[in-house]
Design a binder for this molecule. Structure first.
Ligand code: HEC
Ligand code: HEC
Length: 288
């Protein structure tokens, strides 16, 4: 039951509800709230007349001011594209020597490429191309597929083991899994590869050296220095794509490796690919 009751302190009527002795005052809605509601409703009425507001199936009420944000964005984009067209066309059509001799063009290309790299490449190649297991470091001077700007641009364009018809192709065979070598031969070769930091010794007739020349030299070279442009890495340096510890080398020999770098020909424009090639090659140069 609720009984109408007046609060002796404030003089307001209470709502009559009683929550464990706590009562609520029935105070009127503050004027400021009413005023606010009136103003916002008036604004809405004016906005209906002036601005695009009501959907009408296929179209909408356009408003007297004729504001259309979609058109605004389209004109902005067209204007920005036109402003860039002269230098992106220059990038796409000129060779790297001409581009590099143009400081203004280089500045624009490098600034844009840094953002492109962050969006498209960093997830795999790391910040500033630092690389990681399975993902080559791009900021060093070791290249699987060549380190000139033309070669880097080509790698970005076609990818490695990608779906592009001209893709670079790299396959480290699974010598263990495919039973080309037995377990003890793989262990011998693992130790041999680990001993290669001083390079291949010409008079070495150990089992490991013989196995290497018979099975590996065709791709990695008789000197194990790798063959740039074929994707077979140098095995004598400290720069490992997958890792130079015993376990990783053993796994590489057992199961093979086939790294995948996507092709960007369909996703990036020629100008974007070339600015990325410039950016990537410059990552390996000491900052001047
Ligand atoms: C999905 C992961 C992935 C993404 C994204 C990716 N890459 Fe790669 N990239 C690789 C892998 C893996 C390789 C090594 C392929 C191999 O085994 O030879 C590689 C190789 C390369 C190489 C060759 C390096 C060398 O030593 O010759 C270049 C250059 C390169 N990437 C640039 C880029 C650029 C620029 C982008 C961004 C547009 C990019 N990559 C995006 C995975 C990726
Ligand atoms: C058909 C060519 C081919 C043959 C034969 C071959 N390799 Fe490879 N090897 C490659 C390629 C290509 C890669 C890089 C794979 C990738 O990029 O994913 C590689 C990668 C490796 C790696 C990983 C290097 C790193 O930086 O992590 C090791 C180790 C290796 N090979 C050792 C050998 C040994 C030992 C043999 C002989 C038993 C051998 N390879 C035979 C092509 C070959």
């Amino acid at each position: 039951m609720s009984i109408i009751e007046r609060d002796p302190v404030t003089g307001h009527i209470t709502t009559g509800h009683n929550w464990n002795g706590i009562k609520e005052l029935n105070t009127p809605i503050p004027r400021i709230v009413i005023a606010f509601i009136i103003v916002t409703h008036l604004y809405a009425l004016v906005a209906w007349v002036l601005l695009p507001t009501w959907p009408l199936g296929q179209t909408y009420t356009k408003g007297l001011l004729g504001i259309d944000q979609r058109n605004d964005v389209e004109t902005d984009i067209a204007r920005a594209d036109a402003a860039r067209a002269d230098w992106t066309t220059a990038l796409a059509t000129q060779d790297f020597d001409t581009i590099q001799s143009n400081a203004d063009l280089m500045a624009k290309a490098t600034a844009t490429a840094a953002a492109l790299f962050g969006q498209n490449c960093q997830a795999c190649h790391g910040t500033e191309g630092a690389g990681g297991p399975g993902f080559p470091q791009l900021s060093d001077n070791t290249w699987l597929w060549g380190g000139t700007m033309e070669e880097v641009a080509e790698t970005i364009r076609v990818g490695v083991n990608s779906t592009h018809p001209d893709s670079h192709f790299a396959q480290m065979p699974a010598f263990g899994r495919d039973q080309m070598l037995d377990r003890s031969q793989i262990s011998t070769l693992t130790d041999y590869v680990m001993s290669l930091s001083d390079g291949v010794q010409p008079d070495d007739s150990s089992e490991g050296a013989v196995l290497f020349q018979d099975n590996c030299a065709a791709c990695h070279g008789e000197d194990a220095l790798g063959v740039e442009g074929t994707g077979a890495p140098n095995l004598t340096d400290a720069d490992w794509l997958y890792g130079g510890d015993k376990n990783t080398i053993h796994t590489t020999l057992m199961n093979g490796r086939q790294g995948q770098m996507p092709s960007w020909a369909d996703r990036l424009s020629e100008a974007q690919i070339k600015m990325l090639a410039i950016y990537v090659v410059n990552l390996s140069k000491p900052a001047s």
